[in-house]
Design a protein around this ligand. Sequence first.
Ligand SMILES: Nc1nc2c(c(=O)[nH]1)N[C@H]1C(S)=C(S)[C@@H](COP(=O)(O)O)O[C@H]1N2
Ligand SMILES: [Mo]
Length: 304
Amino acid sequence: MLIKKPADIRPSEITPPEWYARRREFLKGAAVLGAAALLPPVLRGNLARAADDDLKPTPYKDVTSYNNFYEFGPSKTDPAENAGSLKTSPWSVTVEGHCEKPGQYALEDFLAPHPPEERIYRLRCVEAWSMVVPWLGIPLGQILPRFQPTASAKYVEFTTLLDPAQMPGQRTQLLDWPYVEGLRMDEAMHPLTLLATGLYGKELPNQNGAPLRLVTPWKYGFKSIKSIVKIRFTEQQPRTTWASEGPSEYGFYANVNPAVDHPRWSQKKERRVGDFFRRDTLLFNGYAEQVAGLYAGMDLRKDF
Ligand SMILES: Nc1nc2c(c(=O)[nH]1)N[C@H]1C(S)=C(S)[C@@H](COP(=O)(O)O)O[C@H]1N2
Ligand SMILES: [Mo]
């Protein structure tokens, strides 16, 4: 064994004192994160940063005026301008497919037993902008069991309202309407998955998907389907809107992953709406500790 004498140690191998302090901070973070030490070094760095990534909410004005909701037009300012007239009451949600209690439920009955909670989550669009939103919502996993999904229910499919009279975008061929999204059952039941009814302590503005929209904070924004009218339990993976529009560009899983680029642009960085500088995108949008286990053994490049 080669034992180095102090004179042989190059300056670069000596840890500067200020690094000790940082290393202690990192270890504190790692202890909180628990599983971090078991991950490969690349992911470990990601988790350490996730712990101190700031969750300062994006201003209400930005959250409600910079939107994607193609039913009201393709530009970011269209939804705030055009969605005001969407009639969100009365509203009903149809539950169908592999479950014991299908039916059409008035929104109030659908939500009744569950008080909404406030949760501050990041939203990361595939176009590399992001926001931090104080959502008001109900964990989907508290709602779904009421409909008694059967053993054949492997996925949950969500559908947006189809009403070209109210939604001008649906009078165009912009997308194959209605907008459809889906989750695997374990993703749908995960405690981070919310059915949002509001933001900033108020009812959801129409442009953000009133009266009911999905929020899956570790996935790209297009999974967060708006103005939901139907929930269907399926055995097969649902045919979702963006994954069928561009199968090589948008996957079914749509997990935020800086290591898997969109074919036309990098996903390594993002710009928080309101910020000047871009920041590094975090694996699973910063929620790796909570959700990485859902994808154990899967190739995230193949199932992107
Ligand atoms: N029905 C429907 N839902 C949708 C969309 C849409 O065009 N139609 N856009 C998605 C995309 S791409 C994003 S990034 C988010 C944006 O949500 P926000 O406007 O509340 O920020 O909504 C998602 N949900
Ligand atoms: Mo998006």
